[in-house]
Design a protein around this ligand. Structure first.
Ligand code: ADP
Ligand code: MG
Length: 594
């Protein structure tokens, strides 16, 4: 009788286990960066090619490994970070499972150089799919360099599963942010395809945030600090005005380790109660320091989840500390008010000296006269305009298709600075001006992108926009689309855009905001493969440039809006899937009044 059960060969077991730790290039980045931090490095360089699919290399100046350690490092459950089980409850390092390097070596070609401070020579080790190919001496400086090439070369199914370079790069940048933010005392450099995208000098935590995310953030950080017997909390939340619907800046570190906890995220949201629009999330960079005995990090292979022994108290501490900080921020609203105003000044006006506004006096004004003050000016104009006009609609409109056939619409007025009311023969249309205009702009921009025939207008003065490293990466992805829309942009000195032309539909004072939102919004959505880039850019532009609720429109503008709107391919919903208009039948009105 032969037995059925066999032990899996090591390399197969390693491949299976690798799947848990290494899902994508970003997982390699995380593990290598954390090892470099644990090695006590002062300078850490991350070098990637093709979003990490071809190469992820981390070079550090840390403690290095000797000739035996370099071999052991790639064995499963080989770690220098714990010796006995109790150590698990007093972790000061990032690693401890001793499986990252073994996993990586099982599914890639790995080349390591390493030297300790006491040795004259460095050691060089080459491993492919868990097999040692070569071990020699080399002459490298103190520290370790690990290069991971052709990730998943021996598991094609996993390789095919990887997303586009943009998406994979975004995941890598996310991991890089997490490690770099937690260690402002280390100099991090990051090169992508030979271009330096980050050089973060040793600095304070606040400055590190600003160096990573751009100087704009500096004035938006609200400090949070609390010290209790259970835990110490410090860091920053972003002002409520910075809250976002999607992937905001959510950084929560426990003992310098990036952690995901929906429970504690909820505590933070609770602290912002009443300050956020529904569905919006606040940004935060928070550090929790807690006795290592009170937490268990060992519940997740990638160590991004943690168990606390007293979650309820932590929840309360977080909530009240943040609420308190926001309270302090709220009682100095004047400062904030001034700051926002400065930010919102149109670009062209920034450097102008203010002039005295002209004073207009209405000499016929009589406060006691019962004027029709509540009637919008537009309606008055409308009445005048149409008093002897007899244009009627020849047929009623039921569907959007019929709408396109309508004769020129003349009898319209604006209601609540929000709707355009358009009376028809036996019904009435109530059109949301903002959504209708979004629809118009969206279709125009989309067709400009697809036909590559966006009409461009030369600017009188070029506009300069400084980009942060992510925006820069995003710009490279979006450049073609911006070009086909009619933007004429040159990249200067690797971080400044010079805009010399823009689409006709984009007023010059909005250019800076529009470009910035395209570059940050497309960053948020690129994970979503269902929508093409072009579509997202067209939406972003339509959102930024559309007429808003609250804008009052001249009668001629209202008419133009309706004409353009009825020329759209789709008239029922906005690009964001919101209903654009409703029809009120005369019979419905009659019934209400019966
Ligand atoms: P862990 O980090 O959980 O211990 P890893 O597989 O990531 O497991 O690494 C195994 C061991 O290799 C580490 O415990 C450490 O001793 C050594 N090591 C890995 N990377 C470095 C590095 N950059 N510098 C020095 N030693 C390293
Ligand atoms: Mg490790």
């Amino acid at each position: 009788m032969t037995n059925k059960i066999k032990l899996l060969p090591d390399h197969v077991a390693n491949q299976i286990a690798a799947g848990e730790v290494i899902q994508r290039p970003a997982s390699v980045v995380k593990e290598l960066l954390e090892n470099a931090v644990d090695a006590g490095s002062q300078i850490i360089q991350l070098i990637i090619k093709d979003a990490g699919k071809t190469l992820v290399r981390v070079v550090d100046d840390g403690m290095g490994m000797n000739s035996i350690d370099i071999r052991l490092a790639f064995e499963r459950h080989a770690t220098s970070k714990i010796k006995v089980a109790e150590d698990l409850f007093a972790l000061q390092t990032k690693g401890f499972r001793g499986e990252a390097l073994a996993s990586i070596a099982a599914i890639a070609r790995v080349e390591t150089h390493t030297r300790t401070k006491d040795e004259e020579v460095s050691h060089h080790l080459k491993i492919e799919g868990s097999n040692v190919i070569e071990q020699t001496f080399s002459t490298q400086p103190k520290g370790t360099s690990i290069a991971v090439k052709s990730l998943f070369y021996n598991i094609p199914a996993r390789r095919n599963f990887l997303k586009s370079d943009t998406v994979e790069l975004r995941h890598i940048i996310d991991e890089f942010h997490r490690v770099a933010l937690a260690h402002p005392g280390i100099n991090f450099l990051f090169f992508n395809n030979g271009n330096e995208i980050f050089d973060l000098p040793v600095t304070s935590f606040r400055k590190r945030i600003v160096n990573v995310f751009g100087t704009k953030l500096d004035s938006l950080l609200v400090p949070v600090e609390e010290s209790t017997s259970l835990a110490k909390l410090e860091g920053f939340v972003l002002k409520p005005s910075q809250s976002k619907k999607t992937r905001g800046q959510h950084f929560f570190f426990v003992n310098n380790r990036f952690i995901k906890s929906s429970f504690l995220h909820h505590a933070i949201i609770k602290a912002f109660e009443g300050l956020l629009k529904p569905g919006y999330h606040p940004g935060y960079f928070l550090f929790l320091n807690i006795d290592t005995k009170r937490i268990d990090i060992n519940i997740h292979p990638t160590k991004t989840e943690v168990k606390f022994d007293d979650e309820q108290s932590l929840y309360a501490i977080l909530r009240s500390a943040i609420k308190h900080s926001l309270g302090i921020f709220q009682i100095v609203p004047t400062l904030d008010f001034l700051q926002n105003q400065a930010i919102e000044l149109p670009y062209n006006y920034k450097d102008k000296t203010p002039s005295t506004p002209p004073i207009e006096v209405d000499s016929s004004f009589n406060p006691f006269k019962n004027v029709k003050s509540k009637v919008p000016l537009n309606i008055l104009k409308l009445e005048g305009l149409h008093s002897d006009e007899k244009t009627e609609y020849t047929h009623d409109l039921k569907s959007s298709k019929q709408l396109i056939e309508t004769p020129q619409i003349t009898r319209v007025f604006q209601l609540f600075s929000k709707y355009i009311v358009c009376p028809l023969k036996t019904s009435m249309l109530l059109i949301d001006q903002h959504r209708a205009h979004q629809r118009i702009l969206y279709e125009r921009f989309l067709s400009a992108i697809t036909s590559k025939k966006g009409i461009s207008q030369q600017l009188l003065f070029p506009i300069f926009i400084t980009l942060n490293p992510q925006q820069l990466e995003q710009f490279k992805e979006t450049e073609d689309i911006l070009d086909s829309l009619g933007f004429q942009i040159k990249l200067k000195d690797h971080k400044t855009l010079e805009v010399i032309g823009a689409p006709e539909l984009c007023p010059s004072h909005k250019i800076e905001n529009v470009i910035e939102s395209i570059l940050s919004e497309s960053d948020q959505i690129s994970d979503n493969q269902h929508f093409s880039y072009a579509d997202q850019v067209a939406k972003s532009l339509a959102k930024s440039l559309s007429i808003k609720t609250g804008d009052s429109l001249l009668i001629i503008e209202q008419q133009r809006l309706l004409d353009d709107f009825f020329g759209c391919k789709e008239t029922t919903v906005s690009p964001f899937n919101k209903k654009i208009f409703i029809t009120l039948e005369k019979s419905e009105i009659d019934q209400k009044l019966s």
